[in-house]
Design a protein around this ligand. Structure first.
Ligand code: PLP
Length: 357
């Protein structure tokens, strides 16, 4: 059945796979929702977005992104409130970041109506897929790749923009062990660190496997030139509580992803009049703060885990062990406040939530 809903054409799936989801035991990305959004760019123009039944893609073996890596993505979550409303956290920010990534990779920018209306109509079509168990969500993955069928290197002229979604269960926040990475680097000024470009994640994989084999969860990346200044962790921005102050690396050299969990944590700290500094942070400063007992909390912030407490950090043969979680004063309550805003239990003072009708 084809119907038209505002701007997005919908071709509905005839059967649903939702009975494959056990809301009390969600296995992330094991099953995708019934529909996906697709829009193609060709000859300088975007075609209308269409919602179609979730299916495999078929493509020419010379499709450009397979060879040269022009592929970008976003990660967003939709939540269900106790009264059954579905709301998405800060998708307009993801839309803007998506187009910054597109620009850096010489890809066409996606118009707001395709991204935002498409996202709205897709989640609205698959509303039943937004789980309602505590801490769960529907993970939304917008992505785009260069789709020219040409094996030579040239700026692409065809793109495919898509959104797929998959239910995500509550994230168990076991405190993580961090390896401060001083051999490999993730990003450097003038590179693509600020972009959510697929290659950033591919390049991080082997260094991650290496430290996971040694019992760590993630790398903490240092700057690519001096291996001195802290960047970020895996798929999270990083914060430290030193004394009464919170500090996080600043974004101005373009090496760090501008995370919206990060931006939200900063805003909630400001709302509480807690001092927060965004600036260059050297690993030596954190080592000193740990030695002197001033390092009170350290955590990652990102869409997947929201806030991931750090239990210890290993740097050049030394372990920095954080105080026991029970002593943490700041990040656990910021995490709770963020959850309450998302699930409609606290006022959304900063208009972060986007309603799905
Ligand atoms: C490299 C990187 N840093 C930080 C983040 C956190 O960003 P956000 O809070 O917008 O999810 C992510 C996740 O998207 C990431 O992939």
């Amino acid at each position: 059945m084809n119907t038209t809903n505002m701007t997005t054409k919908i071709n509905r799936a005839t059967t649903s796979r939702i009975d494959q989801v056990d809301e009390n035991d969600i296995k992330f990305a094991s099953v995708y929702s019934d529909h996906m959004l697709v829009s193609d760019y060709d000859d300088g123009a975007w075609q209308d977005a269409e919602i179609v039944p979730f299916d495999n893609l078929s493509m020419h073996p010379a499709t450009t992104f397979i060879h040269y890596g022009q592929a970008i993505f976003e990660g967003i979550k939709a939540y269900k409130t106790a009264d059954g409303k579905v709301r998405v956290f800060r998708p307009q920010d993801n839309f803007r970041r998506f187009n910054l990534s597109a620009k850096r990779m010489a890809m066409a920018e996606v118009p707001e109506h395709i991204f935002m209306n498409g996202l709205h109509d897709l989640i609205s079509s698959d509303k039943d897929w937004v789980p309602s168990t505590e801490g769960s969500s529907l993970y939304i993955r917008p992505f785009m790749f260069a789709a020219d069928e040409f094996i030579g290197i040239k700026p692409p002229t065809k793109f495919k923009f898509m959104i797929i979604t998959t239910p995500a269960g509550a994230y168990y926040n076991k405190p993580i062990r961090i390896y401060v990475q001083d051999k490999y680097c993730r990003a450097f000024p003038g590179g693509v660190g600020f972009a959510k470009a697929a290659g950033n994640y591919g390049a991080a994989m082997q260094p991650t496997v290496e430290v996971q084999d040694q019992g760590f969860d993630q790398n903490l990346w240092l700057d690519g030139i001096e291996k001195k200044y802290i960047q970020e962790i895996g798929t999270m921005n990083v914060f430290f509580v030193v004394g009464d102050k919170v500090i996080t690396p600043s974004l101005e050299d373009g090496t760090i992803l501008n995370g919206f969990t990060r931006a939200s944590v900063i805003q909630l700290l400001k709302d509480r009049n807690i001092e927060i500094e965004e600036r260059k942070i050297s690993i030596d400063e954190i080592v000193e703060a740990s030695k002197s007992g001033e390092l009170k909390e350290a955590f990652g912030a990102g869409t997947a885990a929201v806030i991931a407490p750090i239990a210890e950090m290993h740097y050049q043969g030394t372990d920095m062990v954080l105080p026991a979680q029970e002593e943490w004063q700041i990040s656990p309550s910021i995490k709770q406040e963020l959850a309450d805003i998302r699930y409609g239990k606290a006022e959304d003072k900063h208009n972060w939530m986007f309603d799905i009708n």
